[in-house]
Design a protein around this ligand. Structure first.
Ligand code: UT7
Length: 343
């Protein structure tokens, strides 16, 4: 080992502190979400609006999904524009100047263009000195990006990361397909992540999980050559619920924790029934679960940061909580982070 790498390992170790979870001492990587921001398009499309042109009803959609309305992007409301709006708000709430951002990560599966990355366009738009890259993890993209940001904050040259989930699913949804048109909405959520001092009980990452089941790749996809997303709803429902539960259970088990050690559960906001079923199987009381799909529907990679921002604004998410964020999506892929929250 060279002197430089020895120094890095020592620096890394210094950024870990300990937590007591279920009478067990667990290491915690010091990390803080300094600010959150949200942005949704102006146009609100209700279930009643959809029922005017599709063979569906408000009653059916609410009962099956918990969704009443969604925001649909119009002219000027690109993925980059939504990402920038959310990022500006997150930076403002964090009191972090754009010049202090070292890294931009954007989770999106609906970029405005293939090249350059949405992260580069956001950096250019916001006048950042930093750049970064996109992560396409579909509905679990934000958790992948958060995980990546946390890992890169271990690098001494990166002190502040802007992590964004931004989607414009209306661009890949067949407006005449009632199976998918009722489910998705557009929006963006952003988090400013910084290192936190290694203080016992302080904010940070307690445990993570990353996994998936590629045998489910055809269950939800945009087939090569097709403009639209296709989905086997009932099969996805089963697999998504199983994936959320498996991932959260694996992350919690790494530190000897269970659902009883979760103060707030913020899973991907796919569908209220999926969220309820997963929370029930994990033994997490519904009072500790964030449901944020009623007015926004499923915003894919944006759903978790939007839900975190809403929970914080309403007072449901407060400092010191042990927060479990879990995503599941196309691939199939899933990921979880178990965090000690602080702002
Ligand atoms: O991030 C992941 C994104 N995807 C998801 O989260 C989707 C997961 N899946 C689901 O949430 C549910 O499967 C849906 C909400 C999509 C559908 O609910 P379901 O209870 O699984 O319904 P189903 O597909 O089994 O269909 C039941 C009935 C069928 O009619 P019949 O055959 O019983 O006469 C469907 O044709 O409901 C019919 N149906 C609808 N009726 C009114 C399907 N879509 C609709 C609709 N409005 N939009």
């Amino acid at each position: 080992m060279t002197d430089t790498s020895t120094t890095r390992v020592a620096q890394l170790a210094a950024r870990r502190h300990t937590e007591i979870i279920s009478d067990r001492v667990v290491p915690c990587f010091g990390l803080r979400v300094a600010g959150l921001g949200a942005a949704v398009p102006r146009q609100r499309v209700t279930n009643h609006d959809l029922a005017q042109r599709l063979d569906t009803s408000d009653k059916w959609i609410v009962a099956r999904t918990g969704i009443s309305a969604r925001r649909i992007a119009g002219v000027g409301e690109s993925t980059v524009a939504l990402a920038c709006d959310a990022a500006r708000r997150a930076l403002g709430n964090a009191n972090v100047a754009p010049a202090d951002v070292d890294l931009v990560l954007v989770a999106t599966s609906t970029p405005d263009s293939a090249c350059p990355s949405t992260a580069s366009r956001v950096a250019a738009e916001l006048g950042l000195r930093a750049s970064g890259f996109d992560i396409n993890g579909a509905c679990t993209g934000f958790v992948h990006a958060f995980h990546t940001g946390a890992a890169l904050l271990a690098d001494p040259s990166i002190r502040t990361a802007l992590v964004i989930g931004a989607e414009r699913y209306s661009s890949i949804i067949d407006p005449n397909d009632r199976g998918t048109a009722i489910l998705f909405g557009d929006g963006a959520g952003a988090a400013v992540m910084t290192r936190a001092p290694a203080t016992p009980g302080g904010p940070g990452v307690l445990a993570t999980d990353l996994g998936g089941d590629p045998t489910g790749i055809a269950v939800i996809e945009v087939r090569p050559g097709s403009p639209y997303l296709t989905m086997d709803g009932p099969e996805l429902f089963r697999r998504a619920t199983r994936g959320l539960v498996a991932s959260a259970t694996a992350a919690l088990a790494r530190v000897g924790a269970t659902g009883a050690d979760v103060d707030l559960y913020v899973p991907h906001q796919a569908n209220a029934r999926i969220v309820s079923a997963a929370a029930g199987r994990l033994g997490i009381d519904e009072a500790k679960v964030v449901f944020d799909m009623a007015e926004r529907a499923n915003t894919s990679a944006a759903s978790i940061p939007l839900a975190l921002e809403a929970a914080q604004r309403s007072g449901q998410l407060t400092a010191g909580m042990r927060v479990l964020i879990s995503g599941v999506g196309a691939g199939l892929a899933w990921s979880t982070m178990y965090l000690r929250w602080d702002q």
